[in-house]
Design a protein around this ligand. Structure first.
Ligand code: F0G
Length: 455
């Protein structure tokens, strides 16, 4: 059968609000043209993030009742640990309440103000936690990874030459860990190949540097390897995952993504010394080592989520959902970062609205109009998020993107057809998109709370 169906049926439903164009005009103005400031009851389809927005299965909801809320030694923790160890093989599995907590615990254990930490591309909280301890976060994507119009299978790869040059330049004692983000979220949701993982691992071994994944979307990455990399078509996703994790010494994860639940994360490693310091830090920062800031019922839901995420029927549907939406958009001329990622599509705002200069926020203008047309919330990842002035001169980020992140198991094909219709309508009227300005911004991470207006 050609038709891709959702590999689940719907047992309980959540109402969404359908608003009028006049209402949306008013709501977005009241939110100072920042989709982060919209109340969610004013939104019809919410594509702000795929993080913590997953629909849990009936098995996960049922498991909540089995949560063993013991402070120490909870049985729920051991189920969580088994599920993660089954996929990753790691010796120490340390729960946290979300991904950035795992980062904070890890980097406060291993990094200091002299440290340099390379990655294919750091996610903003990873960078934030590295900089918070005074260390330097370096992004080393491949050249094709930074070109939205270039079509390639593994645009999330690490640039291996740059990695080796970086190690030679700074010396091994300044690099406590090399990170690799799978899939590369800030680089357009692009996967990393097994070959690149293997080669990164070889370089790290050669220089004796620990190698860790930021593995929020490990199952999606594994499925892309199955689809695109030679020699993996007949391997099961779980075996591909096991091979991926074999090459690293540890990982941090926001389990709000491929953990298929609404909260959670972990640090996992085979390095005893690192685990020991992390566990001590965890108790101060998050909670005891068998719950790490989570309710134990969350651990139950996650234990099941880790099994559900490697189901290939689910992953096929997940990836088809985004490639189908991408096809509808590109068939109508909408410029995207290609090929489509699994968890999100990224509109290339520079080509969508070339008449708006980066410093006038083309991505924000597009995101605002997508809301006005369809009540759809998306997120600018461009000058609003990363732009800055240096000596009075505007420094734009490499890419101006608008992210359409797709929550797991939440929206059906007709919801995404509706999204396609709205985005295409904005694109067909793109010359009417207006430049914008920021009227208020916080000192750090301004995109969350800034106020915008038309120029
Ligand atoms: N690493 C990556 C690659 C991420 O995408 C995220 C979160 C984190 C770390 C931090 O995890 O939110 O649980 O603390 N990404 C979300 C997003 C917020 O919308 O892409 P967290």
């Amino acid at each position: 059968m050609k038709t891709q169906i959702e590999p689940f049926k719907i047992k309980t439903i959540e109402h969404i609000n359908i608003t009028t164009a006049e209402e949306r005009e008013k709501y977005i103005k009241e939110a100072y043209y920042n989709p982060f400031s919209l109340r969610s009851d004013k939104i019809t389809i919410d594509l702000l993030t795929d993080s913590g927005t997953t629909a849990m299965s009936s098995k996960q909801w049922a498991a909540l009742l089995d949560g063993d809320e013991a402070y120490a030694g909870s049985i729920s923790y051991y189920k969580f640990e088994d599920a993660i160890r089954n996929i990753t093989g790691f010796k120490h599995i340390i729960p946290t309440h979300q991904g950035r907590a795992a980062e904070k615990v890890l980097f406060s254990a291993i990094a200091n103000k002299n440290s340099i930490i390379p990655n294919n591309t750091h996610f903003d909280t990873t960078r934030g936690n590295i900089e918070f301890v005074g260390a330097t976060a370096l992004d080393l994507p491949t050249e094709e990874g930074t070109k939205p119009e270039v079509i390639a299978d593994f645009k999330g790869n690490m640039d291996l030459n740059s990695l080796e040059d970086t190690i030679k330049k700074y010396g091994t004692e300044r690099i406590p860990v090399v990170m690799l983000t799978i899939t590369n979220n800030s680089g357009g949701g692009q996967p990393v190949s097994m070959e690149n993982i293997r080669e990164t691992s070889k370089i790290c071994k050669k220089y004796g540097i620990p190698f860790f994944f930021d593995c929020c979307r490990f199952a999606e990455n594994a499925y892309f390897i199955k689809l695109r990399e030679k020699g993996y078509a007949d391997k099961s996703v779980i075996d591909i995952c096991r091979e991926m994790f074999q090459y690293v010494d540890g990982a941090t994860m926001s389990a709000k993504k491929d953990g298929m639940a609404n909260s959670g994360g972990f640090i996992a490693t085979n390095i005893d010394d690192v685990a020991e310091v992390c566990k001590t830090n965890l108790i101060v920062m998050e909670g005891f080592v068998t719950y790490g800031g989570l309710t134990r019922r969350d651990l139950e839901a996650l234990a099941i989520g880790f099994n559900e995420v490697v189901d290939e029927n689910y992953l096929r549907y997940r990836i088809n959902q985004s490639t189908d939406l991408a096809k509808q958009l590109t068939d109508n001329g909408v410029p995207l970062v290609l090929p489509a990622g699994a968890h999100a599509l990224y509109i290339d705002a520079k080509r969508f609205a070339p008449h708006i200069k980066p410093e006038h926020f083309p991505g924000q203008s597009i995101a605002v109009d997508i809301y006005k047309v369809g009540g759809i919330r998306t997120c600018e990842i461009g000058s609003i998020m990363f732009g800055r002035y240096e000596n009075g001169k505007y420094v734009a980020p490499q890419m101006e993107l608008v992210r359409l992140a797709i929550p797991r198991r939440v929206y059906t094909k007709s919801h995404l057809d509706y999204v396609a219709e709205a985005v295409i309508e904005v694109y067909n009227n793109r010359e009417k998109l207006c430049p914008m300005k920021i009227t208020y911004q916080a000192k750090f991470l301004r995109h969350f709370t800034c106020k915008c207006d038309y120029l």
